[in-house]
Design a protein around this ligand. Structure first.
Ligand code: SAH
Ligand code: SF4
Ligand code: F3S
Length: 460
């Protein structure tokens, strides 16, 4: 398969060289959704790059346009359909452009039919399982000019040796597993990303090593539920063991990972973070609801007490641990009392930051069939109440850091503010005056000021 992939890449390069008369072809890639999609887009970019493409921020200039889509909430989907509709005019002005859609939405029932009917200018549609096949699919579209749909959700192969063009040269994503078997009752991901499957630990360690040798300072291990890494592999390896193997690689770098699921977040994992050299002192542990009744209806397979006991263990073993989380407001059947339990959990834990979502009904999931009496307006009110509580907590937590010294990774230069944006091991942003040449380096900063959840500081 890898050999075949490279042959198709060469063929695409040849076709584009003839079409563009030697000029470099341009691709515009827009990625919606989470890091899994970002990582997939980086693979697609890797293949396009090998086929001779450069990248543009202007769809109008592109020879190839791709939207990598997300299905997790209805709002995300509406945006995609709106933006795809707008591509019609580009296709009219530049008939030679190839327009493609991929990602999680393409694995949803009904979506491809809608595209077939309403968006005739889209010529290539492929799902999350077909990323490695991309060169073959694009080649066929370019050669034959007909529309191709490839959304085979039964293919659960893990493809190694797919070229990657990472967006940054100092921090990057590394997928350790794909898919999800948890079927939380509100969530579409298991239906669009397929069954859980782990990459071999040797392949992951080799990729981490290559990244560190290439100068990467931060590697984020990715999976929908990294804590169940290793299940189904021939080798006997847990996520904590995988982390320890990566941690042994020589060099100055940090390891992050996401996402952890509380139901199988073990003491072994927390002990590993506590004693490691390179793992950031940060745990992103989505709790989704503070009410055990709602957690049961969500099929999360832990309750409030279990969640808090993991948090307390982490606080005890990892001094200054930074905790972040995801939470859903307005799950079907949630009452104001349930919501108050969410608020009280947020207060009790003291998260550094919280990703807060209003429940979005996803057809095909069990929760979509559950009765829901709370109005959208009411949910909006709860949502704002929760945001306010979290803002207060984050601002108190950040204020306590004033005067501290932190080691940070410099990530980017914010033109508007004339400041560098840097990140602590605990995943907190510190803005500091400094020179662009420091991007991609570790620096020590003294925290001088807290502005809600963003810190200001100065380089030492
Ligand atoms: N695998 C990760 C999360 C993946 S989706 C985990 O289990 O934690 C990211 C977040 O989107 C979820 O944590 C959840 O908070 C939110 N989410 C998922 N489905 C949703 C829905 N139908 N409505 C609102 N939020 C949702
Ligand atoms: Fe969705 Fe639950 Fe899987 Fe996370 S663990 S991706 S929330 S089904
Ligand atoms: Fe969205 Fe797919 Fe991620 S549905 S959140 S891009 S796994």
């Amino acid at each position: 398969m890898p050999q075949e992939r490279y042959e198709y890449i060469t063929l695409i390069a040849e076709i584009m060289a003839i079409r563009k008369r030697g000029e470099k072809p341009l691709a515009y890639i827009h990625t919606y959704g989470c890091q899994q999609n970002v990582a997939d887009s980086e693979k697609i970019k890797g293949m396009l790059h090998l086929a001779g493409f450069s990248f543009t921020e202007e769809p109008e200039d592109a020879d190839f346009i791709l939207f990598n889509t997300c299905a997790v909430r209805e709002h995300a989907e509406d945006r995609v359909f709106g933006n795809v509709g707008a591509l019609k005019n580009i296709k009219r002005r530049h008939p030679s452009v190839t327009i493609a859609l991929c990602g999680c939405m393409m694995e949803e029932k009904g979506v491809t039919d809608r595209i077939r009917k309403s968006y005739p200018f889209v010529s290539l549609v492929f799902g999350t399982h077909s990323v490695a096949k991309f060169p073959q699919l694009l080649y066929n579209v370019l050669l034959h000019g007909n529309r191709i749909y490839d959304c085979d959700e039964t293919d659960n192969t893990i493809y190694e040796d797919v070229p990657v063009l990472r967006d940054k040269s100092f921090k990057g994503w590394l997928s350790v597993m794909h898919g999800c078997d948890n079927f939380c009752s509100y969530c579409i991901v298991p239906y669009v990303r397929g069954r859980e499957r782990s990459r071999s630990s040797d392949a992951i360690v080799a990729e981490a090593k290559a990244m560190i040798e290439a100068g990467y300072k931060e590697i984020t291990l990715l999976g929908q539920n990294v804590n169940s890494y290793g299940k189904g592999l021939d080798e006997d390896v847990s996520f904590a063991q995988l982390l320890r193997r990566i941690d042994e690689i020589e060099g100055d770098y940090i390891i992050r990972f996401m996402t952890s699921h509380p139901k199988d977040c073990t003491h072994e994992l927390i002990d590993t973070i506590a004693t490691s050299k390179h793992i950031s002192k940060h745990l992103h542990l989505p709790f989704q609801s503070g009410s055990s009744r709602i957690l049961k209806a969500m099929n999360r397979r832990y309750d409030r007490e279990k969640y808090l006991s993991i948090i307390n263990y982490a606080k005890e073993k990892i001094p200054d641990v930074s905790l972040t989380s995801d939470v859903i407001v307005g799950f079907p059947g949630e009452t104001y009392e349930d919501f108050c339990e969410t608020v009280s959990l947020v207060r009790e834990v003291g998260f550094t930051s919280l990703f807060t979502f209003i429940y979005s009904r996803r057809p095909g999931t069990p929760a979509a069939e559950m009765p829901d009496v709370v109005t959208e307006e009411e949910k909006g009110k709860w949502f704002r109440e929760l945001l306010k509580v979290q803002e207060e907590i984050a601002s108190v937590r950040c204020s306590k850091m004033v005067g501290d010294t932190e080691r940070v990774l410099v990530e980017e230069y914010i033109e508007k503010k004339g400041l560098l944006s840097t990140r602590t091991s605990g995943n907190i942003i510190v803005e500091v005056p400094g020179d662009e040449s420091l991007i991609g380096t570790f620096q020590n900063v003294k925290i001088t000021e807290a502005r809600n959840w963003i810190l200001r500081g100065e380089l030492i």
